[in-house]
Write a protein that binds this ligand. Structure first.
Ligand code: PLP
Length: 378
């Protein structure tokens, strides 16, 4: 075991209590009292038009893919530096992924690389707000609008983060969040689809309920329900929602502590980064920081391996992140052959530091000290 793990799921203390209440309510399948409480919370706090809890962000992305009417051969523009689910959801519907490179100053999709990739087959643009830091959305929204493309946000890491005062997740027609235990607020596994375009709302409810109009039936809008579309079982049990509600009630407190830790890393590592040419997280003026992640970008893969190894020898768990999807065993032969050097550099050189609610200041300082020791920096 590591003295300082990479992540430790934080419990606010109310999770068990709410789960017990959900169980006592006599309805523990989907869309019970806690699911409704969570929906209301997110719609009120972030002004999202409509939200639906899902069993994962992966499932929310699969719903987005069905809602976008993806057909075999349709092209989706997406970053290569991302989690498999971001694009796999669209592969399942037969799409072809056209990968774009990342920016040089942070791993988000390079907004200037998108337009050249558009063809008559392009159906959607997918953005991922890496580390919860916004992509440059104004130009991206303008491109999507100009070419009549659906814009989808993978906001898995982006809860409570903003682009020019607008919450991430509110900018695309559809957005997906994750409550996996590695995210800022959690339910073990869990996710949420945000629907900002009215036109998708009714169908989203149907897709989430196995292709039936059961949601409308339970609201008394129709007198029997049946099979009206394709779909799957994307709604979580109310037990999951009960757990999540205990977390989101404490969102502000969780965010406050995570930001303190993030700032401590940033302050503690600035001088070292400058001296050793290490890249630290860059937050553009248009973006806020939700302290989802603190990372360094080393100068080479050897340097990064050495650093991870050194930290490991001190019982500190630091982790690298995505491998370029365009070079993956599954997709390399389907990729159009373009070079994506920034993406490859993050795949080789980026390392994430421990960051979780209960990480103490002393532990944070220990991580900083050991990074400095590795670089022989005083
Ligand atoms: C965590 C994550 C996902 C997957 O979330 P799940 O809830 O585990 O399905 C997708 N995309 C990104 C960018 C993520 O960080």
């Amino acid at each position: 075991m590591f003295k300082i793990p990479f992540n430790k799921p934080y419990l606010t203390g109310k999770e068990g209590h709410y789960i017990y209440q959900a169980v006592l309510s006599g309805k523990i399948s989907g869309d019970g009292i806690f699911t409704k409480k969570c929906h209301e919370f997110f719609q009120k706090k972030f002004g999202f038009k409509k939200v639906l809890l899902t069993t994962s962000c992966t499932d929310a992305l699969e719903m987005a893919s069905i809602l976008s009417n993806i057909e075999p051969g349709d092209e989706i523009i997406a970053p290569s530096y991302t989690f498999v689910s971001t694009v796999n959801a669209f592969i399942l519907r037969g799409a072809k992924i056209v990968f774009a490179d990342s920016r040089t100053d942070n791993p988000n999709i390079d907004e200037n690389a998108i337009e050249a990739l558009i063809t008559p087959k392009t159906k959607a643009v997918l953005v991922v707000h890496y580390a919860g830091i916004a992509c440059n959305m104004d130009p991206i929204m303008a491109i999507a609008k100009k070419h009549n493309l659906i814009l989808i946000e993978d906001a898995a890491q982006a809860i409570d983060s903003y682009y020019k005062d607008k919450p991430l997740g509110s900018l695309g027609q559809l957005s997906a969040f994750s409550f996996h235990e590695t995210k800022n607020v959690i339910s073990g596994e869990g996710g949420m689809l945000v629907i900002n375009d009215e036109a998708f709302i009714a169908r989203a409810e149907i897709i989430r309920e196995k292709g039936t109009n059961r949601s409308a039936f339970f609201r008394g809008e129709i007198d029997k329900y049946g099979w009206v579309d394709i779909g799957s079982s994307f709604l979580p049990s109310d037990i999951i929602a009960a757990f999540l509600f205990a977390q989101i009630e404490n969102l502000d407190e969780i965010q406050k502590r995570r930001k303190q830790i993030w700032e401590r890393y940033d302050k503690g590592l600035k001088a070292l980064a400058k001296a050793k040419n290490i890249q630290l997280p860059f937050i553009p003026d248009y973006a806020t920081n939700n302290a989802h992640m603190y990372y360094l970008v080393c100068n080479s893969i050897e340097e990064r391996s050495g650093l991870i190894q050194h930290l490991k020898s001190k019982e500190i768990y630091a982790a690298f992140h995505y491998l370029s999807l365009h070079n993956s065993p599954f997709y390399a032969s389907k990729h159009n052959g373009s070079q994506l050097p920034n993406c490859d550099r993050y795949a080789d050189c980026l390392v994430r530091l421990p960051l979780f609610y209960e990480l103490t200041d002393n532990e944070t300082d220990t991580v900083i000290e050991e990074i400095k020791n590795f670089y022989k920096f005083k």
